[in-house]
Design a protein around this ligand. Structure first.
Ligand code: OSB
Ligand code: MG
Length: 369
């Protein structure tokens, strides 16, 4: 099919609670949404790039420019078979994977609608429910963290991931393990450690963590493989994995034993499926990461998480953990077993709350074929 129009918009949405990582504090999000029109159908995509280039080198303003000047014109010119056509259409543009993913994922959504199948099924998903964990940001105090963990466990979440950094690590893990010796616990450093910290990180083997996520440089494989040799605990890579070849390199040199897949970070559903399959063939489990998405990105994460090798609880959690009101209906909810039920209706399975999006929009632009 052909895309008749692409609408870009920026919405500003305050977070219900601030989220702190080793690279900074987020209190609200500036989010680029794309809306595609094709033959009477509309489909949406969310760009997960942040306001600043701190998690990756992309940010909302670069994503906007690349989408407007390079990606949207190529998409409007193309004759598409489906979402899987996008990587080839965008191939000449290097990098900018989060910008590409927003458009590609919307095309997959469009394809699911036009074929009248659930998006999860179109992607090759087989799971009817997905296992959910939570990512808990760095807190002002250990007491505050303990309260948060108690709340999330009571809600049923299957895995607690603690954001950490030097000064918010060993002491915190000790306190959490003293109160909850048995829970499934992991940590995510977002690249906050260096080689001098190897012994320090090795001492965390005592906490029986499910994994340690991206402790070293955001673009590294080699030093993570050095570190993995020193640990009993499995390493997981997030930032370093940009595509299938990265996953193969990381698995081959044992830089990690688990992979976090974020569909925006790898450039869209096509590459996410390729990473998933490469890991599955080599016995490496994957899970779906999150980027503080609104319901549009969250719905796409749910569909992706229905693929079979998403065997560990992901960071896909309820809308209400992030937003006082989401921009989809119904909002994403998690049951008492810590699961999200994968929608079985056509497309993403959620409706867009257009009025709310209009009210939140601060910038817009339309491109036509
Ligand atoms: O590293 O997983 C990460 C949020 C923003 C940037 C990076 C990360 C995160 C999270 C939040 O951990 C996960 C979520 O959306 O729940
Ligand atoms: Mg991470």
């Amino acid at each position: 099919f052909k895309i008749d129009a692409i609408h870009l918009r920026e919405i500003n949405l305050p977070l219900a609670h601030p989220f702190e990582t080793s690279f900074g504090l987020t209190t609200g999000r500036r989010i680029l949404l794309v809306e595609l029109e094709s033959d009477g159908l509309t489909a949406w995509g969310e760009c997960v790039a942040g306001e600043h280039p701190y998690f990756s080198d992309e940010m909302i303003d670069t994503a906007w420019i690349i989408t407007e000047s390079e990606l949207a014109p190529r998409l409007l010119d193309a004759e598409l078979e489906g979402g899987g056509s996008c990587p080839e259409i965008f191939r000449q543009v290097r990098g900018h994977r989060m910008a590409k993913a927003a458009l590609e994922n919307a095309v997959w959504d469009l394809e699911a609608q036009s074929e009248r199948v659930p998006l999860a099924q179109l992607l090759g998903g087989t799971r009817t429910v997905i296992a959910c964990g939570v990512s808990i940001g760095i807190q002002p105090s250990i007491e505050q963290l303990m309260d948060n963990i108690a709340t999330e466990l009571a809600a049923g979440y299957q895995r607690i991931k603690l954001k950490c950094k030097p000064g918010w690590d060993t002491r915190v893990f000790e306190a959490v393990r003293a109160r909850w010796p048995e829970i499934t616990l992991s940590c995510d450093a977002n690249s906050a450690y260096r080689m001098r910290d190897f012994d320090h990180i090795a001492s965390w083997d005592q906490f029986d963590l499910l994994m340690i996520e991206q402790p070293l440089w955001y673009d590294d494989f080699y030093f993570h493989s050095m570190l993995q040799k020193r640990l009993e605990t499995d390493l997981c890579l997030d930032e370093s994995i940009r595509n299938r070849r990265d996953a193969l390199a990381a698995i081959d040199m044992e830089s990690c034993r688990i992979i976090n897949i974020k569909v925006g970070r790898v450039g869209g559903f096509s590459e996410a499926i390729a990473v998933h399959n490469a890991a599955a063939e080599r016995g490496i489990p994957v899970w779906c990461g999150g980027m503080l998405e609104t319901g549009i990105g969250r719905a796409h994460n749910i569909a992706l998480s229905s693929l079979s090798n998403f065997s560990l609880p992901g960071d896909v959690s309820s809308s209400s953990r992030y937003w006082s009101q989401d921009i989809i209906e119904p909002e994403v909810t998690v049951n008492k077993k810590g699961e999200i039920v994968v929608p079985t209706s056509t497309g993403s399975g959620y409706n867009i709350h257009r009025e709310r999006i209009e009210a939140l929009t601060v910038r817009r632009q339309t491109l036509r074929a």
